[in-house]
Design a protein around this ligand. Structure first.
Ligand code: CUA
Length: 170
């Protein structure tokens, strides 16, 4: 087969580029353990609602004073559908799903995560006072468009931490 010189140069060029791309991805993933942003904590979706980490949904405060929000997404609602959070305070969200993939999107904030059965999604963010809409941004079935929740973010001084025994996050 007769391949033109310039054709050959381009083929080699493309080959080298692909090798560099795959090589650098492999080095980062394996060597430096860099993965796409995710919190790899697994859970059995069949028992997610009775799992100690998700048995009680809602807001809790751990012994170091950090605020956590535990949320379960299931067809077609968020549990709980309303959360009251303190403003200007980091809140760590823990999310899972017992059924299909949902998307927890706190509209007009940087708070967003895919909610995948079998995994616990986690992100930390904080809010200015106000009301925020949470939408499901992953098509999950006929009731997808109704799957919404609300965050009420109140000034820190007016926020009341839930009773200590309600906390379920270590
Ligand atoms: Cu849940 Cu769309």
């Amino acid at each position: 087969m007769n391949v033109d010189l310039y054709e050959r140069i381009w083929m080699w060029g493309v080959g080298v580029m692909l090798a560099v791309f795959f090589g650098s991805t492999a080095v980062a993933a394996i060597g430096s353990q860099i993965h796409p942003p995710s919190h790899v904590e697994t859970i059995d979706p069949k028992t997610a609602l009775t799992d100690p980490r998700f048995r009680r949904q809602g807001v809790s405060v751990d012994e170091r004073g950090r605020v956590h929000a535990t949320v379960v997404g299931l067809m077609f609602t968020w549990l709980p559908a309303e959360l009251t959070l303190p403003a200007d305070t980091p809140v760590t969200f823990h999310l899972t799903s017992p059924d299909v993939i949902h998307g927890y999107e706190i509209v007009r904030t940087n708070g967003q995560a895919m909610v995948v059965p079998g995994y616990i999604s986690q992100f930390t963010t904080q809010f200015a006072p106000g009301e925020y809409l949470v939408a499901c941004n992953e098509y999950c079935g006929v009731g997808h468009h109704m799957m919404a929740a609300r965050l009420r973010v109140v000034p820190k001084g007016r926020w009341q931490a839930p009773a200590r025994e309600a906390a379920n996050v270590q």
